[in-house]
Structure formats: structure tokens, C-alpha cells
Design a protein around this ligand. Structure first.
Ligand SMILES: Cc1ncc(COP(=O)(O)O)c(C=O)c1O
Length: 423
């Protein structure tokens, strides 16, 4: 396997002409020309609503939309009927939680097991679903580095555990969870396993069946695709059995009024889960993004990012040893992937972020929708997060380390009052 030309790929991303060093990929990635062009071409030439007409344009659009399911499914080791297009990871996780509620998979006295490191998009849908049915949420604690104590999993799995939902890669620490092992134990305890793959699918080869999970979610905008589309993947055997939580146009084969009662005959999966007009143009864009990533090869994407992550850890550890900052999470790869977060006793994260922005370095600062995790690692004001993708090169990491060092070494005139952290 050859190395990866991070500089060569930049031509696909016009935003680089603004001279930015973009290290905010865990929030959202930049958009390549070929994705934008595919969407533009589709909108100008073949656009119509899908599955709602027999005219030529509708048939063409339906074919493109169905092909997008196939392309995306293949990317994660599934089949087209296991891929449900929704708005983003958050809506997909919300749908998974509602599926459990609507289908009686979660009831009074049952337990949902999550971890203290979950993104709010995983935490909150399950907390609310549990509340709705009188179930209880348990949280596997994290250690001082913010990584869930997976070795204690069995203590938290009980007879009443019906669902185990957790992240593949943490959006704060970049820690990679031992998904296969967790899924095996959780399924052994009779629980449904739901994976938040928002930070893994864009960055490494992922095969949900091989990982042994039942459902998983990820977002198009974090993997070169457009906003407005996310994926709920589920095992076909499971999806076939479930009633959709969101109903409406496109979810049914036939609706009848029988003796004064409305009866709906649900369509097959995945259509029964895609209520209303779906993200058609976005699906075309996401499929093109997947093709671009596949052309590069996900193993190359993974190893390129691993190189950048190792370098960032090396550079920032040097500053940590001088007491300028503290890195949150595992200190080496492959336990950590694509993301490096830190905080400093000298300046609050938002200030560091703004000073980096003045040097044209884009990072995310704040609590990254993971408040409990930040409290647990002693960073209630948040962290500065640098996250990498295919178009980042080693010199971006050098620029980041140089700028952070310069910002943190500079003496401050008066100690600053801590501001409210960004959410
Ligand atoms: C781990 C993780 N899960 C879920 C999400 C939610 O993704 P979206 O905002 O696309 O719904 C994010 C986004 O940052 C994330 O990092």
C-alpha cells in the first residue's frame, strides 16, 4: 500500500485557496468538487421526487436514490435495505431509540447501558426514551483519561439490560472502543447493541456485521458529503420485524379504512423508515463522497490519519511535559484515532481557539457536546480539539504545535476571568 498524497488531494477543495489550516474535521469536513458537481448535475438533469411517479425523471431520480443506498451500504459491509437515510447521526440515534420504544424492546424496569463519554446525540435520545417507558439508564464510568472502563462492563450488564449504546471513536479523546468485544458481551447478555459510528466510518474501514452490532449511525457531512443526510444502519433481520416510529408518506404500501379504523400496511425496509420526501440530492452527494473515499482506500485514510495523530501527540506531549497544557485521552495510536484534545492552565480553550484562528488555524473549542466527560477529566471549561482528515499534512501539525506553544508561552498581563464554556 502506497503512501497518501495529502497535498495532491487539496485541489479538490477550493476552500484551501483561502489559506486556512483546517483542523475541525470532527465537527464537519470540507466538501470536494466532485461531490458538489455530482449534486449539481443531478439537480440540473435528473431531479424529481422519488418513489412517487412513473415519469422518466422520477424513475431516474429513484434509481439514483436507490443506488446511493447500495453504495453507502457496501461501504459499511451491509446491503441496501439495511441503510436508512435520515437527517444526521443525531436523528438516526433518536430513531433507533424510538424504534426500541415503539416496538416494546424497552419497557418499565428495563435498563439502557451507555458510557460517561457519550456525545449528547447518543446520551440524550436514550435518556428520554428510557424516561418515556420507565426504564433506567446506567452509565459505565470513564477513567481519569476519559476512556470508558471497558474492563468493568460485565458489572454493568445485568438481566434487565435491553440496550447497550456507545461510541466507536470518542469525539473528544479520539479513543477507539473495543467494539467487537463489547458487542459480544452485550449481545451475550441479550441486549440490543447500537453503535455511534459518527467518528469512525469517515476515518477507517468499518464493517458493522463484522463488529457484531445491531444498529449504527453516522453522518454524511463528516465524511466529505453534504449536510442534511445521516445514516441509520440496522441488521435486515431486525429492521424487517420493526414498526417505524416516524410514519407518513413513503412508509406504507397501502392504507385502508376498515370498519371506521385506519389500517396501514408498512412498506419494506428501508422505505418504511424514511418518512416524507427523503434527502434525495444529499444521498447523491453522500454516495459520491463514499466513492471518493473508496477510490483513496479507507486503509490508507486510516494510516494517514494515524501518522498525523501520532505526530500531534508527540508535539503536544512535549508542551505537556513543560506544564503548558494537558492532553485528554490515550497517549498513543492506534488506541486513539484522528483527534487530539487538550486544555491549559494558562488560557481558556475559547481564547486559544480565537488566537489560533488569527493564525488561520481552525480548531473546535468548548465542551464538544460531551459535558459529563469534560467534568470527569477535570476540564469543565472545555478543551481545544484538533481533528484530522485526508487533506491535512504533517506541516499542519507543525503549524498547530508552533502556534499553541507561542500562545501558551506568551506571558499574560492580568489573569483572565474564566468565561462560560462553549457548548
Ligand atoms: C461521536 C459523535 N456522535 C454524534 C454526533 C452527532 O452528529 P450530527 O451533528 O451530524 O448529528 C457527533 C457530532 O459531532 C459526534 O462527534
Amino acid at each position: 500500500m502506497g503512501g497518501f498524497d495529502c497535498r495532491g488531494v487539496r485541489g479538490e477543495f477550493p476552500e484551501f485557496s483561502r489559506g486556512v489550516i483546517y483542523l475541525d474535521n470532527a465537527a464537519s469536513t470540507l466538501k470536494p468538487r466532485r461531490v458538489v458537481e455530482a449534486m449539481r448535475e443531478f439537480m440540473y438533469v435528473s431531479y424529481a421526487n422519488v418513489h412517487r411517479g412513473l415519469h422518466t425523471l422520477s424513475m431516474e431520480a429513484s434509481k439514483a436514490y436507490e443506488d446511493a443506498h447500495e453504495t453507502v451500504a457496501k461501504f459499511v459491509g451491509g446491503s441496501w435495505d439495511e441503510v436508512v437515510f435520515l437527517r444526521n447521526s443525531t436523528e438516526a440515534m433518536q430513531t433507533a431509540a424510538l424504534l426500541a420504544v415503539f416496538n416494546g424492546l424497552l419497557g418499565p424496569g428495563d435498563e439502557v447501558l451507555l458510557t460517561e463519554a457519550e456525545h449528547h446525540s447518543t446520551l440524550l435520545p436514550w435518556v428520554r426514551a428510557a424516561r418515556l417507558v420507565g426504564a433506567r439508564v446506567r452509565l459505565l464510568p470513564v477513567g481519569p483519561d476519559g476512556v470508558p472502563l471497558w474492563g468493568r462492563l460485565e458489572e454493568y450488564l445485568g438481566e434487565r439490560t435491553r440496550v447497550v449504546a456507545f461510541h466507536h471513536v470518542s469525539n473528544v479523546t479520539g479513543a477507539v472502543a473495543p467494539v467487537e468485544e463489547v458487542a459480544r458481551k452485550a449481545r451475550g447478555a441479550g441486549a440490543l447493541v447500537v453503535l455511534d459510528a459518527a467518528q469512525s466510518v469517515p476515518h477507517m474501514p468499518v464493517d458493522f456485521r463484522r463488529l457484531g452490532v445491531d444498529m449504527a449511525v453516522f453522518s454524511g457531512h463528516k465524511m466529505l458529503g453534504p449536510t442534511g443526510i445521516g445514516v441509520l444502519w440496522g441488521r435486515r433481520e431486525l429492521l424487517e420485524k420493526l414498526e417505524p416510529p416516524l410514519a407518513g408518506g413513503g412508509t406504507v404500501k397501502r392504507v385502508r379504512l376498515v370498519e371506521g379504523e385506519v389500517r396501514a400496511e408498512w412498506d419494506v425496509t428501508p422505505w418504511k423508515f424514511e418518512a416524507g420526501t427523503p434527502p434525495i440530492v444529499e444521498a447523491v452527494g453522500l454516495a459520491e463522497a463514499v466513492l471518493m473515499l473508496s477510490d483513496i482506500g479507507m486503509e490508507r485514510v486510516r494510516s494517514h490519519e494515524e501518522e498525523l495523530t501520532s505526530k500531534a501527540l508527540r508535539e503536544l506531549t512535549r508542551l505537556e511535559e513543560e506544564g503548558l497544557l494537558r492532553i485528554v485521552g490515550p497517549k498513543k495510536t492506534p488506541e486513539r484515532h484522528g483527534i487530539v484534545s487538550f486544555y491549559s492552565p494558562r488560557r481558556n480553550p475559547d481564547e486559544i481557539g480565537l488566537l489560533l484562528d488569527r493564525r488561520r488555524i481552525a480548531v473546535r473549542t468548548g465542551l464538544h457536546c460531551a459535558h459529563i466527560l469534560h467534568d470527569r477529566v477535570g476540564a469543565p471549561m472545555g478543551t481545544v480539539r484538533a481533528s484530522f482528515y485526508i487533506y491535512n499534512c504533517p506541516e499542519d501539525v507543525d503549524a498547530l504545535a508552533r502556534a499553541v506553544e507561542e500562545i501558551l508561552r506568551k506571558p499574560q498581563k492580568t489573569p483572565r476571568k474564566a468565561a462560560e464554556p462553549s457548548p
